[in-house]
Structures are given as structure tokens and as C-alpha cells.
Design a protein around this ligand. Structure first.
Ligand SMILES: [Zn+2]
Length: 153
């Protein structure tokens, strides 16, 4: 058994975020407010990876991600794989994918946008830039923002 597999299998029930680009690991930690969890968390960074030069991994016991959290992860790091662990076994393994649309958790950067002035839920259409990263286009004012520069609410 290789060391990476041991890391994944060391929790009984929970989730593992794998293949996180090292330069985005701590952004994901703060984005998901993992500092507020009281269940065991293991964070590793700058690990060897075949996919990237260096990768990060986050292992969360007794935590399962909501669809909204998965969309947030996908916006920031579409390379991430999520493994769901039940009774020490990986029961689901998948790469996150960019959502088609995003409602409510990203701020429109345009100060003249109706979502800045009125209590309107933000709404963006998501497309993919040439480099594979997400681009958010505001449904109301058309302002485009790169996903990694988006301000989260
Ligand atoms: Zn807007």
C-alpha cells in the first residue's frame, strides 16, 4: 500500500480532497471555513504528485460536502478530486466540475450592479476560459470575473 493510499484510508467516514494545487490549498481551507469545524482534519501540502508538481490534500473525518461547497471548490480549483469514505472504504471518487451557474455566494464586482444596490441574490453564468479555469458572468449586468478572483459572500 502506498503512503497516499494510507492517508486516504486512515479515516472511517468522511471526505478527502485530493489533487489540490499547492498554491490554492489554504484558499480552499478559508473558503470552506474549515477552521470552524471541530471534527478531526488533516492537511498536507507540497506532496509529490504525478499530476502537478506539488499538491495538497485535506482529509476530513465525519464531514461530507454540500453541493454548494463542491461548487465553491470547483470554482477555485477544478482539478480537485473528492473521495467519499464510508467504513474505511472509498465509496465515491470524482473530480469536481465547474457549475453551470452560481447563485448567492459570489459578489458582483460592479458597484452599479443591481445586486450591489438592492437585496437581490447574485446570479452568474459560468463558462470556461482557454486555460480551463472558470469565468463568471453576472446575469444582471454582464460583468465578467475570473473564478479565482471572485469575491465570495
Ligand atoms: Zn452584476
Amino acid at each position: 500500500m502506498n503512503k497516499e493510499k494510507m492517508l486516504v484510508e486512515a479515516i472511517r467516514d468522511g471526505s478527502v480532497l485530493d489533487h489540490i494545487p499547492s498554491d490554492r490549498l489554504f484558499q480552499i481551507v478559508s473558503l470552506l471555513h474549515l477552521e470552524e469545524l471541530t471534527t478531526p482534519i488533516t492537511i498536507g501540502n507540497n506532496l509529490q504528485s504525478t499530476r502537478h508538481e506539488r499538491k495538497g490534500i485535506i482529509k476530513l473525518a465525519d464531514h461530507f460536502f454540500s453541493p454548494e461547497e463542491i461548487d465553491k471548490i470547483a470554482l477555485l480549483a477544478p482539478e480537485v478530486h473528492i473521495n467519499v469514505i464510508r467504513d474505511y472504504k472509498v465509496i465515491e471518487k470524482r473530480q469536481v466540475s465547474l457549475p453551470i451557474e452560481v447563485r448567492g455566494f459570489v459578489r458582483c464586482p460592479n458597484p452599479k450592479c443591481i445586486t450591489s444596490a438592492e437585496p437581490v441574490t447574485t446570479y452568474f453564468h459560468v463558462s470556461r476560459a482557454a486555460d480551463g479555469r472558470g469565468v463568471l458572468e453576472c446575469h444582471y449586468c454582464g460583468r465578467k470575473t475570473r473564478a479565482e478572483e471572485a469575491e465570495l459572500l
